[in-house]
Design a protein around this ligand. Sequence first.
Ligand SMILES: Nc1ncnc2c1ncn2[C@@H]1O[C@H](COP(=O)(O)OP(=O)(O)OP(=O)(O)O)[C@@H](O)[C@H]1O
Length: 620
Amino acid sequence: MEATASATEKGQLSIHTDNIFPIIKKFLYSDHEIFLRELVSNAVDATQKLKKLAGFGEFNGELGELKVTVKLDEEAKTITISDRGIGMTADEIKKYINQIAFSGAAEFVEKYKEKEDTRGNIIGNFGLGFYSSFMVAREVEIITKSFQEGAEAVRWTCDGSTEFSIEPAQKEDRGTDIILHVAEDSEEFLQKYRLSGILEKYGKFLPVEIEFDEKIINNPSPIWTRQPSELKDEDYIAFYKELHPMSEDPLFWIHLNVDYPFNLTGVLYFPKLKNDFSIKKEKIQLYSRQVFITDEVKDVVPDFLQLLHGVIDSPDIPLNVSRSYLQSDSNVKKINGYITRKVADKLSEIFRNDREGFEKKFDDIGLFVKYGMISDDKFGEKAKEFCLVKNLEGKHFTFEEYTEKVKENQTDKAGTVVWLYASDAQKQDTYIQSAQKRGYDVLIFDSVIDPHFINGIEYKIEKTSIKRVDADTLDKLIEKEIKLESVLSKDDEERAKKLFEETLGGAPKLTVTVEAMPTDEMPVVITIPEFIRRMNDMAATSGQKSMFGDMPMMLNVAINANHPVTQKILNAAASEGSEPSDAAEAKALIRHAYNLALLSQGMLTGSDLTAFVQQAISRL
Ligand SMILES: Nc1ncnc2c1ncn2[C@@H]1O[C@H](COP(=O)(O)OP(=O)(O)OP(=O)(O)O)[C@@H](O)[C@H]1O
């Protein structure tokens, strides 16, 4: 075959079905707009190829201005995409446009028959890029002239049937014009704002200048394509603002750059997260050689890292295949692992080099680090070194540091180190103060992720258990070998227990115990078992009902045997009659002490609280 088309030549496209275009149209229905991404990418590729050839010395002509132009002619109802790239000879058109694409199409037709769910993902996979133009055009013309010396211009047309024609054409300059004669049902694409929207979405960072409506619409050398050494903080922040104009400055960022065993560049930013767990994901954009692909990075980026913002660019991610394939793709898995490692390394680096700065940022990145620790084992392994906990004095500790700090005073008789924490320092103040009186330290875990975090890490820290200060009496939270002696006889303890059970009987479910506590602690302490409360907390923050959601709240009521009030109750009961049921004064004291205990747990509410206040007033 000759390299040029000397006369008009008609041909039949080699494909086993009469017309693939209705199929293309139907199956790519939701994504029609990507025709422009495909055609502009082809134009950019052709331009880049020419630049490369010039670099190799295989093209010695003038490169000149290399921009790609998109033109809209509303009257003629055409969209034209022009480049000054390598162009095509007649033979190349036959090879690249007629055959390859159509054999791809045949394969596509075969495959799609079985799988409906792959729609929208087909195009690039089967080399149908160029043919996506038929989703919006009733006829497509290619007028092209190869960069090669002496090449002649060619015109190819096809109206969406399996017939094409190819003939000599007039074209001064090298390069390609793709002219789309827009079909009636696609006239939405003849609107300027629609086209500029699509270009903005997919082409914002294409590597060659793209002109539309007499303006350059893109930034051809975005930050991720440049060397970290030539970039300043301001550059990173400016780029962040370009991506997320309304956001606060990011905390810090990671510049990704690998070329083996896969290609990947990008910049990931740590946004200010605070406690907002409802933060919108989809803030990382995925590019392939600077062409925007998607902001759904679910399969490429581990779940917890989707809280980050930024850009990932990799030609090695199979972008146009079905989801299940993507998940099992080994490159995707490697990329996933690489990103996780990079992020952990960066955090660990900041932690080591700037502990103070790291601590300041921890309120923001804590959510993210904790989320990572409980959802990704590999990250968790590394994060153990730099994940921080904060105590009520506002001091930060690594796990190891904290255990070191409290182990002397807070190791129980089984040798387990007990970390005490509060989830609300205000509400749990009584308990906190009691713990502090014993020289115990109390951590603060008050973010939405903390219930999950505590549950997730507890078993990962050796010989440690984590308990909320009000989960039990202090003696039971940290059981020691030597216990305080009870001043009450066994009989008196039994009497006190009975009196309480009788007085407080009914809902909620109560378990009454008598314990020897210091006299300066509360006469009655109410606690909710750690396990039950934790399950309820976790259910509440994840917005679901836990399997314990319907469980009646269980309360432990511990009577302080050593408190003078307990003695007073017993005395009152003794003087009032032999039957405990006679003891009106004793019962009033019990209710009062119980209400005070509820009050300090923040559990005295509603009509009970009102009655309690009324009663207190009447005593004034
Ligand atoms: N503007 C252009 N200039 C030069 N050659 C082009 C141009 N557009 C398309 N081609 C040629 O036609 C071929 C087929 O294009 P098509 O878009 O169908 O597939 P592709 O670009 O190879 O792959 P993809 O599926 O990723 O788009 C290209 O590989 C290229 O050789």
